[in-house]
Design a protein around this ligand. Structure first.
Ligand code: PXG
Length: 449
């Protein structure tokens, strides 16, 4: 037995023991020595437990697209908790689940019109991969089992997601992963692409590598290709011009399903409801999470094309068609929050606004180009990434220090991944707040020179 801990009688703003929480994707010991504690949030700002205002440069974790503490969303959640707190989604339904599925299908392009709900981005990827495998199975092509991801891809942390993902640290500790997975090359080349605004000119040809993979394994063994239209977590890699169209063509040519992981690009981040629309490419499935309800209640999902859903709707009608689902699929609180959030997006035209301010955002962030240690800046939609030169023998430390200093000294939340800073503010950011953010970024980068 460890010694008894002091009973936590203090308020949530000032916990008296940081030991017990094993924090996710966090340097736990560094955090617990010098915590970055948040206590409240409203619109574009967090408040720290010691009362400082922190500009939200990350929309939480790429999710709070409508900003924080939005009255309409808060009251929808409160009302829903009082009216219907939980309802099973296996063999029973509730109105908001159906309303939300229709609203999301309306936002999605083409015949992407059936929505399967889960509770996170990771679950949405596992769901999409399982639908792909089951789809081929019920079509009598059960030998189509291979899954193709991409180097540097991030698809969450489930075994499916890390298998098709391509971030080494997220894979190397976890054994053999799923069998039968291959990877496309990533699309980044600094010599060809440095300081590009938006989609780089160079790199569409990298999609042709799918032809090599098909030649190696044969299309008859390949179920699906999954990519982020814009790779986010790895440090923001916008797709080269024409790349996604090329991938679509090759998938269609060989009868391979194409899945876009839109967990961060969905719900306006690139100025359209989904990136699929921005790029004029219709995948067979889209995964989403985060922005669907502005990060307020855990929710994710998969949008599937009509033909995929229809393929399952056969056999005796009393038999379950897809043996998959989660206790909290279409949780009433998550649905209520999402319906209110989609109203905010529509009424405030936040997706259109993102498209409008994109050029201003890109120009503002590119003013940081000549600061010390800046090796590349990539911008797209309301997203920016800044690559910093690594401190010798301490990869990741400069960006980690920048993230920490931004919070502790400059009043701003940003993310670091490797030695890249990622900046992805809520879509409600004003012109003045863009200036404030860039000014804070400048000070932060100078402070880690
Ligand atoms: N797919 C993509 C494309 C993602 O970006 C997930 C799946 C997994 O979602 P969940 O809800 O299971 O976490 C993600 C998550 C970062 C960062 O700093 C990115 C994510 C999560 C946390 C931090 O870039 N993306």
């Amino acid at each position: 037995m460890t010694a008894a801990r002091p009973y936590p009688t203090q308020s949530a703003l000032a916990p008296n023991d940081l030991e017990a929480w094993w924090m996710p994707f966090t340097a736990n010991r560094a955090f617990k020595k010098s915590p970055r504690m948040v206590a409240g949030a409203k619109d574009m700002y967090y408040t720290t437990s010691d009362g400082r205002q922190i500009l939200d440069g990350t929309a939480g974790l790429w999710c709070c697209n409508a900003g924080h503490g939005r009255d309409e969303i808060v009251s929808a959640i409160q009302k829903q908790a009082a009216e219907l707190d939980f309802s099973p989604a296996f063999q029973f339904g509730h109105a908001k689940g159906f309303q939300l599925a229709s609203r999301i299908a309306d936002l999605a392009p083409g015949d992407l019109d059936h929505v399967f709900f889960c509770n996170s981005g990771s679950e949405s990827i596992d769901t999409a991969l399982k639908i792909a495998l089951a789809y081929w199975n019920i079509q009598g092509q059960g030998q189509k089992t291979r899954l193709i991801g991409r180097e540097r891809g991030y698809h969450g942390v489930g075994f499916g997601g890390i298998s098709v993902g391509g971030i080494v640290a997220n894979r190397k500790f976890f054994g053999t992963l799923l069998a039968g997975v291959d990877h496309l090359p990533h699309t980044y080349n600094r010599a060809e692409q440095a300081f590009t605004k938006g989609e780089p000119e160079w790199g569409a040809h990298l999609a042709d590598d799918l032809e090599r993979i098909v030649a190696l394994h044969d299309a008859s063994t390949i179920a699906a290709v999954v990519v982020e239209p814009m790779a986010g977590s790895t440090g923001v890699l916008p797709p080269p011009k024409g790349y996604l169209k090329r991938l679509r063509e090759i998938c269609t040519k060989y009868g391979i399903l194409l899945i876009f992981d839109e967990v961060i690009t969905g719900f306006g981040r690139l100025g359209t409801p989904f990136a699929a629309e921005r790029y004029g490419v219709i995948p067979d499935m889209i995964t989403f999470a985060k922005g669907v309800n502005s990060g307020t209640v855990p929710m994710g999902g998969v949008i599937a094309r009509k033909g995929i859903y229809d393929a399952f709707m056969k056999g005796p009608e009393h038999v379950i068609e897809l043996f998959h689902g989660y206790t909290y699929s279409a949780h009433p609180l998550a649905c209520a929050a999402a319906l209110a959030t989609l109203d905010v997006y529509r009424d405030e035209k936040l997706f259109e606004r993102t498209k409008e301010i994109e050029p201003r955002w890109m120009d503002a962030v590119m003013t940081l180009k000549d600061l010390p240690n800046v090796l590349d800046i990539r911008t797209i939609g309301l997203v920016a990434a800044i690559d910093l030169a690594s401190i010798p023998d301490a990869f990741g430390k400069r960006a980690f220090n920048a993230m920490d200093k931004a919070f502790q000294e400059h009043g701003m939340m940003i993310r670091s991944t490797g030695d890249t800073l990622a900046v992805t503010p809520p879509l409600i950011i004003s012109d003045a707040q863009i200036d404030e953010l860039v000014d804070k970024l400048r000070k932060t980068i100078l402070s880690v020179a």
